[in-house]
Design a binder for this molecule. Structure first.
Ligand SMILES: Nc1nc2c(ncn2[C@@H]2O[C@H](COP(=O)(O)OP(=O)(O)O)[C@@H](O)[C@H]2O)c(=O)[nH]1
Ligand SMILES: [Mg+2]
Length: 281
């Protein structure tokens, strides 16, 4: 796998400083007052996400709904290496392309909340299908840890997964686990802590590489997006979604949702109109 140079889109603050956006998280229903770091749990349905969540948080959890949605949310907390971690269970999804409310919730949380770590729980027996989501998450954030779960099932089926090779190819930590029996979860905590604190610097493989012409257009549009929304963590990703005609992102632009979530500059309205025209033509 080749690394795409042009896709280093997330800027880190100081090493070891939290990366999350506390103001956006509050709008997304997560109050970070009592916590040092926030970890999002993503994954396809039935990969053991809830099992991991329960194992890590024990009884320190509560459930509610996502703000403005009828989708249930579980959140909880744990402490590790003297740091207080908030863990948020995202809806189980196969993709982040926002074709459903679940996907929209998961995507908005990662995009706007900028969690310190996004842990993607994957099913080791269905790696190919699961990697689709992993690659999409890695387009939005660098701060990813893979929990390679159901390793007992993989073994039972005679599947050998080379987790070291996978970690090298993906450019992020991969931790094998059998969440049902609590196996591998200490290593998972360590990996999460290392990414949260900046001890591990990830270098996620980016799948999206385009022709020179298209790269130039993306780069120009990203700069405009950045100009309008200086605090947006990933203008390149937003530019690609705009060019792709992603309805949710286009709508967010038009309605100014993106602005609200990311503190747009005051002259944004005209440029927003200009941008949405540009992406249609
Ligand atoms: N064999 C095995 N089963 C697991 C493992 N992790 C979770 N499960 C089981 O897989 C099923 C789905 O787990 P759940 O946590 O609800 O998945 P979610 O849909 O991703 O939240 C449950 O019956 C779990 O007990 C594992 O590592 N090995
Ligand atoms: Mg679940």
């Amino acid at each position: 796998m080749n690394e795409s140079k042009s896709s280093q889109v997330i800027q880190r603050g100081c090493e070891g400083c939290p990366a999350h956006n506390a103001a956006n998280l509050l709008k997304l229903g997560v109050d970070m007052e009592e916590w040092d770091f926030v970890v999002a749990l993503a994954g396809n349905p039935n990969t053991g996400k809830s099992t991991v969540f329960n194992a890590l948080t024990g009884l320190r959890q509560h459930t509610g709904n996502w703000p403005g949605k009828t989708v249930a949310r579980a959140e909880g907390g744990f402490e590790y290496a003297d740091r207080r971690y908030k863990l948020v269970d995202l809806p189980g999804t196969y993709s982040l392309l926002s074709t459903s409310v679940d996907e929209e919730i998961a995507r908005d949380f990662i995009l706007f909340g900028q969690p310190d770590v996004t842990t993607v729980v994957v099913d080791a027996t269905r790696l190919e299908r699961n990697l689709n989501l992993v690659l999409q998450v890695m387009e939005i954030t660098d701060r990813v840890v893979i929990c390679l779960n159901l390793m007992d099932e993989a073994k039972r089926h005679g599947l050998i997964v080379d987790e070291r090779r996978l970690a090298r190819d993906l450019g992020v930590p991969v931790v094998p686990s059998v969440a049902r029996y609590g196996k591998g979860l200490d290593d998972l905590l360590q990996a999460i802590n290392d990414v949260a604190t900046g001890k591990t610097q990830t270098k996620p493989y980016k799948i999206q590489r385009f022709s020179k012409e298209l790269e130039e257009i993306i780069s120009g549009l990203s700069q405009k997006v950045r100009g309008i929304f200086p605090t947006l963590p990933n203008p390149r990703w937003v530019a690609i979604r705009l060019l792709d005609g992603d309805e949710r992102i286009v709508e967010a632009f038009e309605k100014g949702d993106l602005g609200e979530l990311t503190q747009a500059t005051t002259e944004s309205v005209d440029l927003q109109a200009q941008l949405s025209e540009e992406q249609v033509t």
